[in-house]
Design a protein around this ligand. Structure first.
Ligand SMILES: NC(=O)c1ccc[n+]([C@@H]2O[C@H](COP(=O)([O-])OP(=O)(O)OC[C@H]3O[C@@H](n4cnc5c(N)ncnc54)[C@H](OP(=O)(O)O)[C@@H]3O)[C@@H](O)[C@H]2O)c1
Length: 172
């Protein structure tokens, strides 16, 4: 099982402007996002991230969608998605039982923080936009933990984004 997290971020680590504005995310980033989705078996997202997609966009094509919510009224299983509850370990077990071996976590900060804290993320890929955003959600929320990473590579995209790829050093 390999678990990767992919996020678009400002240089000061914000993934939204305010609570939910992602209109600053560039076209090149969306292209990257959808190509990473196709390279994985399933994506994992929080309920609020699901709600940031329109009904045309969700479920996201190219991989099975796993959405987390504690609200049992929203729970639903189809061929293309599962809306369910569970701690990060239970969600990974669910994905494994479905035969998935490559998972992509796509936010938001609350979901990212839980999976990183549980030491379940192997790789983090960030597309850094040339922006300072004056307030908003951050990559991992109010994280009460530290992690060490190893830089695996960098890539410049369309003279605009810098894509950073890190390995998460487990139990660090
Ligand atoms: N820049 C980027 O690349 C990027 C990427 C993704 C998202 N975003 C943005 O981030 C924002 C959302 O981030 P967020 O941190 O507010 O929310 P989020 O992580 O998307 O969703 C949080 C919700 O997920 C559910 N949840 C998470 N873990 C759970 C668990 N283990 N068990 C049960 N439920 C669980 C809960 O839903 P219930 O409240 O229903 O129980 C929780 O309120 C959106 O505006 C989105 O556009 C940006």
């Amino acid at each position: 099982m390999k678990i990767t997290l992919y996020m678009a971020t400002s240089i000061n680590g914000h993934i939204t402007k305010g609570q939910n504005d992602t209109s600053w995310v560039s076209e090149s980033d969306w292209d990257q996002f959808y190509s990473f989705i196709k390279a994985n078996d399933a994506v994992i997202m929080g309920r609020k991230t699901m709600e940031s997609f329109s009904s045309d966009e969700f479920p996201i094509e190219g991989a099975f969608n796993i959405v987390l919510t504690a609200d049992k009224n929203l729970h639903k299983e189809t061929e293309k998605f599962s809306i369910r509850t569970g701690n990060p370990e239970e969600i990974v077990t669910f994905a494994r039982k479905k035969g998935f071996s490559n998972l992509l976590i796509i936010g938001g900060e609350y979901t990212n923080g839980q999976f990183l804290k549980a030491d379940l993320i192997d790789e983090i890929i960030l597309s850094v936009h040339p922006l300072v955003i004056g307030g908003g959600l951050s990559l991992f929320g109010k994280s009460d933990f530290d992690k060490k990473l190893q830089l695996l590579g960098t890539k410049e995209i369309n003279n605009e984004l810098v894509q950073l790829r890190y390995k998460v050093l487990k139990n660090s």
